[in-house]
Design a protein around this ligand. Sequence first.
Ligand code: NAD
Length: 437
Amino acid sequence: MGVRDRIRLTTIEKVIERKLSTSKESNPYENAMKQLESTASIIKLDPDVHEMLRYPKRILSVSLPVRMDNGHVKNFQGYRVQFNDARGPFKGGIRYHPNVTLDEVKALATWMTWKCSVVDIPYGGAKGGVICDPKNMSMAEKEAVTRRYTAMIADFIGPYRDVPAPDVYTDSQTMSWILDTYSQIKGYQVPEVVTGKPIALGGSEGRNNSTARGCIICAREAAKELNIPLKGATAAIQGYGNAGSWSAVFLQELGVKVVAASDSSGAIYSKNGLDSAQTLRHKEKTGSVKGLQGTEEIDAEKLLELDVDILIPAALENSITADNAGNVKAKIISEAANGPTTPEADKVLERNKVLVVPDILANAGGVTVSYLEWVQNLNRQHWAEEQVNAQLEQKMVSAFNAAYQTSKKYNVAMRSGALAIAIQRVADAIKLLGIWP
Ligand code: NAD
């Protein structure tokens, strides 16, 4: 397990804790529907299509009896929500966590639908979840839950139906078990039933850093729109895990000076810029970015308010809030994390003319390379990393431009622009398909 993986697990816990504290106030599915509501009024969505988009197409609720290591049977509850497949097979990750709820899975399935649509890949959106505590389960118990869950949803997934992927507390090993279980049921090997697989089982080159790559492509395009030269520009990164540390690498390649980085234990600053490789090595050795030679320690909250050109939130939800949004000096925020900016903060940032590339676009590099993995599998091919990256680049640039232009067309922030184009594409597909019977 590399440092990026180890760090990931700690953050995921924090993200979930944060989510729980906010979920008491807000139901995630209601939030997703409110977002649909406001976008519907921007694009003047056909009321009939709107009515259809209020409900997931299919909700599977499954009971998973598993014989635990102590010899007794324990039942786990699992879900798979298939929100909409008008644009192509359902696509979305599977989450293992004690606090999974059906409404959360429904919301995540809705957002997956918009995310796949905004980057214009031919997928619908879905999400899966199993209520379990993987931190307190053995490998054998996790494998048993995964295989039973797969068996229970096997009739509803498949390369042309619904293609799962990893999410919180699931990984390439989980995908390998799903692939094997599904293939044993079918009687032949079906690698294209899941993405996020290990390379040895048909995984794609470039998948491990695709989210960060996509996020920095968005930041680069945003800088172009604002006429900010990247050579010599400055950036700060909140969260030095998978997405954050790779973002540092790609920013550095563009000539951007990453002057600050943080993780769960603190934040560091150097006006001369941090070397991405050295920072990662230090984190690998000590478990934190703190104490890196030639840097000074700064308040982690203050990192978000530094006078930099680009800010990459790559850690938690709800980091930029009404309390600190007014102090943000960055001109561009490219959201590697899911939901780092609250709706109240969005309003402040818009007023202050900060260009926020929203999460559904800025972190869609991951699902885009998942799509490329599926295409390779369906064609029994394995592409070189350069080929994968070239396609990711093309898809991200055209998605960025489409969302940016849409935001200009409706005179709204880029988040609304991205949602507008995504929901419009799904609506167009629904209208063309009609209703049968
Ligand atoms: P990760 O666990 O690898 O890294 C997260 C980093 O955030 C860690 O360095 C952790 O120490 C740090 N962190 C935790 N609390 C912090 C705090 N209070 N202040 C500053 N840093 C803190 O996770 P990741 O895979 O890089 O994901 C990060 C975000 O990106 C999440 O919101 C995730 O949902 C989103 N995302 C990731 C991917 C992907 O492919 N990795 C895809 C889509 C979205």
